[in-house]
Design a protein around this ligand. Structure first.
Ligand code: G1P
Ligand code: ZN
Length: 543
C-alpha cells in the first residue's frame, strides 16, 4: 500500500450546477482538475470508515481516464470497496439503484447527460449520496467550498486499472468489484412492471422503436426490450454506446431525435416510439402520430400508474419541478393525494421521496421517475408506458385524448436561447426581477397577470430554503410564463422561457400548440425584452 500525496492549488469555478460539475473535456483534462474536485468530494462527504463507493458513467470520451483516477483516489481515501460498471459504464438510474442495493455511502456518476461528447465537447462529475440521489445543495456547497482551499489530493500508487473484466481485485486495501452494468437494473425493472402483460401484447403485435441515441441505454434497452420482453431484434436503434455518441446531441427531444419523430409520424409507424439521453435518465415518448410532452407524460403516467404492480396500491403524492406544467397537479387533486412544486433539478425530489411523501416525480425536461431509485429514469418511463398500453389495450393517442377530455389540457413549450452573452442574460433577469412587484393586474394582450414572483422553495422535509429558482408570471385562468437561466450549460448563458396555457376539458383541447401559445410568446417578449437584451429574435431550440 503506497499512498501518494499530490500537492495542488485550487481551480476557479468548480461549483456544481443543476447536476454536478460540467465543463468542456479540455477543462477536465487539465492535470489535477478532476482530481481536485474528486478529492474535495472525498474530503467533505459524510461516510463511516470502510464504506462502498459506486463509480460509473455514460461511456463518453474521457470516461475511462477519470474513472481510473477516481478508483486510485478512492483507495487512498479509505473506501473499503468500489463497485464499478464493466467498461466504466452505468446509466445514471442504474448507478442510483446500485448505490441503494449494495448499501454504498455514495457514488460518482461521470456524465454530461445529453450534452455532446468528444475531445472538444462536454464532461461532468456528479456525486450522489447514500439514498442514490444527487447530493443536496448543502453538500454541493460544501464540496465547492472545499475546492477553493484544496491543497493536496491522494491516490494509491496502483498503475493501470482494469475496467473490462467482471470480477474483484484489490488495490491497496480496497476491493474493486467490476459488475455487469445492466443485470441489477433489468431485474429491478422486471420487479416493478407487468412483464407478462407486455410480452403478451408484443405477441399480439405491439411494436415499438427505442432510440438509444448511440449512448448508454443501448445495452439496457436491448436486454430489457428485446431479450426479456420479446420485441423483435432491431427494436433498439443506435444501440451501441459510442464515445462521441456518433457526433450527435443525445437529447431526446423533437429537435435531436427527429428521425424517431419522423418515423412515428409516418403512415407505417409502429405503436410506440421512445428515446433516452446520454446517461439514460431522460425519456421521449411518441405514439403513432402523437407526441406526448414530458409534462403530459408525467400526468398521464400518474393517472394510470396503478396498472403497474409496483404502484397498484396507489401513489403517495406527485412532485414536479416548478417550470413543469401543472397537468400533474390536476391528477393529484383527482386522486386525492398531495402535489409538490420544487425547483429545477432532480436533487429537490430526494427528500420528498425519502420521506414517503411522493411516489412519482417529473420535470418538463424529459425527466420522469419514481421512488424505485433517486434519479429520473428514462427506461422506467418507457416501461411504465408500455405496461399501461399493454393492460389497457389502447393507443397513445387515445389515452392522451381521454386524459385531456377528463382533466383539460396544459399546452406547453420551452424556448431556449443558447450561448447568450452572460452579462446580457443576467441583465434581462435583473430587469425583470425588479419589475415583478408592479406586474400584478397588468394586461399583455388578452392575458392579465395574477401573480408575478421569483420562485423560492422551502423544503417541507428539512426546512431548507432555495431562493431565486426562476421568475414566474402567472396569468388569470392558469396560463403562465417562467424565465430562468440554465444551470447545466458550459458556454455563456442559456435562457429558458417556459410557456404554458391551460384549456379546461370543455375548451379547445384538440388544437395545435404553437397557435395556442402565441399570446404567451408575445407576452414573454414584452415582459422580458428578450430581443433587446440578447439580440435574438427567435429561440435556438423549442421543446
Ligand atoms: C436541465 C433541466 C433540468 C434537469 C437538468 C439535469 O437543467 O432544465 O430540468 O434537471 O437539466 O438533467 P438546467 O440546464 O435548466 O439548469
Ligand atoms: Zn441525462
Amino acid at each position: 500500500m503506497t499512498i501518494i500525496t499530490h500537492a495542488t492549488t485550487p481551480f476557479d469555478g468548480q461549483k456544481p450546477g443543476t447536476s454536478g460539475l460540467r465543463k468542456k473535456v479540455r477543462v477536465f483534462a487539465q492535470p489535477g482538475y478532476a482530481e481536485n474536485f474528486i478529492q474535495a468530494v472525498f474530503d467533505v462527504v459524510e461516510r463511516a470508515p470502510g464504506t462502498t463507493l459506486v463509480i460509473g458513467g455514460d461511456g463518453r470520451f474521457h470516461n475511462r481516464v477519470v474513472i481510473a483516477s477516481a478508483i486510485r483516489m478512492a483507495a487512498a481515501n479509505g473506501y473499503a470497496r468500489v463497485l464499478v460498471g464493466q467498461g466504466g459504464i452505468l446509466s445514471t438510474p442504474a448507478a442510483s439503484h446500485v448505490i441503494r442495493k449494495y448499501g454504498a455511502s455514495g457514488g460518482l456518476i461521470l456524465s454530461a447527460s445529453h450534452n455532446p461528447a468528444g475531445p472538444d465537447e462536454d464532461f461532468g462529475i456528479k456525486y450522489n449520496i447514500a439514498n442514490g440521489g444527487p447530493a443536496p445543495e448543502g453538500v454541493t456547497d460544501a464540496i465547492f467550498a472545499r475546492t477553493r482551499t484544496i491543497d493536496r489530493w491522494l491516490e494509491e500508487d496502483a498503475g493501470a486499472i482494469d475496467l473490462d473484466h467482471i470480477g474483484t481485485y484489490r488495490i491497496g486495501a480496497m476491493d474493486v468489484q467490476v459488475i455487469d452494468p445492466v443485470a441489477d437494473y433489468a431485474d429491478l425493472m422486471e420487479s416493478l412492471f407487468d412483464f407478462p402483460a407486455i410480452r403478451a401484447a408484443v405477441d399480439g403485435g405491439l411494436r415499438m422503436i427505442f432510440d438509444a441515441m448511440s449512448a448508454v441505454t443501448g445495452p439496457y434497452g436491448t436486454e430489457i426490450l428485446e431479450r426479456r420482453l420479446g420485441f423483435p431484434a432491431g427494436t433498439v436503434r443506435n444501440g451501441t454506446p459510442l464515445e462521441d455518441f456518433g457526433g450527435h446531441h443525445p437529447d431526446p427531444n423533437l429537435v435531436h431525435a427527429h428521425e424517431l419523430y419522423e418515423a412515428m409520424m409516418a403512415a407505417d409507424a409502429p405503436d410506440f416510439g421512445a428515446a433516452s439521453d446520454g446517461d439514460g435518465d431522460r425519456n421521449l415518448i411518441i405514439g403513432r402520430g402523437r407526441f406526448i410532452t414530458p409534462s403530459d407524460s408525467l400526468a398521464m403516467l400518474a393517472a394510470n400508474a396503478h396498472l403497474a404492480p409496483a404502484y397498484a396500491g396507489g401513489l403517495k403524492g406527485i412532485a414536479r419541478s416548478m417550470p413543469t406544467s401543472a397537468a400533474a397537479d390536476r391528477v393529484a387533486a383527482a386522486l386525492g393525494i398531495p402535489s409538490f412544486e420544487t425547483p429545477t433539478g432532480w436533487k429537490f425530489f430526494g427528500n420528498l421521496l425519502d420521506a414517503g411523501m411522493v411516489t412519482i416525480c417529473g420535470e418538463e425536461s424529459a425527466g420522469t421517475g419514481s421512488d424505485h431509485v433517486r434519479e429520473k429514469d428514462g427506461l422506467w418511463a418507457v416501461l411504465l408506458w408500455l405496461n399501461i398500453l399493454a393492460v389497457r389495450g389502447i393507443s397513445v393517442d387515445a389515452l392522451a385524448r381521454e386524459h385531456w377530455a377528463r382533466f383539460g389540457r396544459n399546452y406547453y413549450a420551452r424556448h431556449d436561447y443558447e450561448a447568450v452573452d452572460s452579462a446580457a442574460a443576467n441583465a434581462l433577469i435583473a430587469e425583470l426581477t425588479a419589475a415583478l412587484p408592479g406586474l400584478a393586474g397588468r394586461s399583455f394582450g388578452p392575458l392579465t397577470v395574477a401573480v408575478a414572483d421569483s420562485f423560492t422553495y422551502e423544503d417541507p422535509v428539512d426546512g431548507s430554503v432555495s431562493a431565486n429558482q426562476g421568475l414566474r408570471i402567472l396569468f388569470e385562468g392558469g396560463s403562465r410564463v417562467v424565465f430562468r437561466l440554465s444551470g447545466t450549460g458550459t458556454e455563456g448563458a442559456t435562457l429558458r422561457v417556459y410557456l404554458e396555457r391551460y384549456e379546461p376539458a370543455d375548451g379547445a383541447i384538440d388544437a395545435e400548440t404553437p397557435a395556442m401559445l402565441a399570446d404567451l410568446i408575445a407576452a414573454a417578449e414584452t415582459l422580458a425584452g428578450i430581443s433587446r437584451h440578447t439580440g435574438r429574435t427567435r429561440p435556438d431550440v423549442v421543446t
